[in-house]
Write a protein that binds this ligand. Structure first.
Ligand code: DI6
Ligand code: FE
Length: 404
């Protein structure tokens, strides 16, 4: 047993029932036992026998310690970029128009299919390291730019490989129903058949942790979404949904009916949708980067989500078309400025609630028995993490008990 002790720090435990905002402990002690936290609390309450059992004693230098951050919605693995499309959008063509003309997601599908696994690994790895520089220790990565068995497999394998080569946890999501590939033009139900076959094969290979669908006018219908979700649940896989981003299609109610982990985007979410999510315990994943980059004007109904007690997570949605963003801290700021979350809600959105959005019960708060994934920050108060946009206050990370 090797126990190590961290003192000379504040800890924002993000514990839900803590009486203090952020669960903040001013003069904290943390005892790390291998990959897990053994004890967290005020230093003066540390049991003396536990303190003397610690073989190492680290001085945290006055840092603020939070749970390692969790980015619960990314499309990190893709080929090419969409800078030219950005220029077109600035000249007045809309995101949906570009998608209907065969650009948008379809153009990234072309670039992804042409890229080698090495190229995809290099570009996604660079984006992953940028996220990690903001204290991210867990990241979800979706497929969805291959849209055929082999390129979808390659993208999921690249995501899995990134976990082996970086000190970060990766959860993969199969998003085969992201867009209609050109070879299936006019045959979207046939494509869903194919996507279900892909799902079964990739799941059997151990490449899939969850299943997502883009339910939208330019994506797939609620009926098609239900087919994918039925197949996913039959395989024992959790589901989540890109829901009500550009219009209200009732996707949130549908997803909640399947016990979805999360519904993501939600600018057009109805009160009925929010109520259904609350009843099912489905997390609302807010993506202010996509809202900002598409210059949307309709804000997700934050007050309605609050009234229903729906947990709100915050994520980058890192993707080439609607949110080419690799800073989760910037999303904290935008969640506050654009969506009017409090800094405490925003921080809960990348810790406790992001863990819930991924179905993870072993992280997201600092408490005994949780993974020792810790982010150390050069700030005086946790609100600074949301406040100073563009700042890089991360000092160091402990990942599964190991200092990085
Ligand atoms: N919604 C999004 O924000 C991303 N996918 C989706 O379904 C954007 C995908 C892209 O434009 O490449
Ligand atoms: Fe997305």
């Amino acid at each position: 047993m090797t126990l190590s002790l961290w003192t000379h720090c504040q800890a924002a435990t993000m514990q839900p029932h803590a009486t203090l905002p952020y669960g903040l402990i001013a003069d904290a002690a943390l005892v790390v036992d291998g990959p897990v936290l053994r004890w967290v609390g005020p230093r003066h309450e540390l049991p003396p026998d536990l303190a003397s059992a610690c073989s190492t004693h680290h001085d945290a230098g006055g840092a603020l310690i939070t749970p390692g951050l969790i980015d619960c919605h990314t499309h990190l693995v893709y080929g090419g970029d969409r800078a030219a499309e950005f220029e077109r959008r600035l000249q007045g063509t809309s995101y949906e128009e570009i998608a209907r003309q065969g650009g948008g997601i379809a153009s990234t599908v072309r670039a992804t299919r042409q890229a080698s696994a090495e190229q995809l690994t290099a570009s996604a790895g660079a984006r992953l390291r940028a996220l990690m520089a903001d204290g991210v220790t867990t990241v979800e990565i979706k497929s969805g730019y291959g849209l055929a068995l082999e390129p979808e497999r390659t993208c999921l394998e690249v995501a899995r490989a990134l976990e082996r080569t970086h000190p970060v946890s990766v959860l993969t999501t199969f998003l085969g129903a992201h867009a209609l590939p050109p070879e299936f033009a006019g045959r979207s139900d046939d494509y869903i058949d194919t996507a279900l076959t892909m799902l079964a094969v990739l799941h059997a290979q151990g490449l899939v942790d969850a299943v997502d669908v883009f339910c939208e006018r330019i994506g797939f219908s609620p009926a098609q979404t239900a087919r994918v979700f039925t197949a996913a649940r039959a395989l024992g896989l959790p589901v989540k949904l890109h829901a009500e981003q550009l219009s209200d299609s009732g996707g949130a109610q549908l997803a909640a009916g399947f016990g979805a982990l999360s519904c993501d985007h939600l600018e057009w979410l109805s009160a009925e949708g929010a109520a259904a999510m609350a009843a099912a315990g489905t997390v609302a994943v807010l993506l202010p980067g996509a809202f900002y980059f598409l210059r949307e004007t309709r804000v997700p109904p934050i007050d309605v989500l609050r009234q229903h007690g729906v947990a709100m997570a915050v994520s980058t949605d890192c993707n080439p078309g609607s949110s080419p963003c690799t800073s989760l801290l910037l999303m904290l700021n935008m969640a506050c400025t654009l969506f009017r979350l409090t800094p405490e809600e925003a921080l809960a959105g990348v810790t406790r609630h992001a863990a819930k959005a991924l179905g993870l019960h072993d992280r997201g708060v600092l408490a005994a028995g949780m993974r020792a994934d810790l982010a150390f920050w050069d700030v005086q108060h946790p609100a600074e993490l949301a406040y100073a946009f563009g700042a890089r206050p991360l000092r160091q990370v402990v990942f599964a008990g190991v200092l990085r």
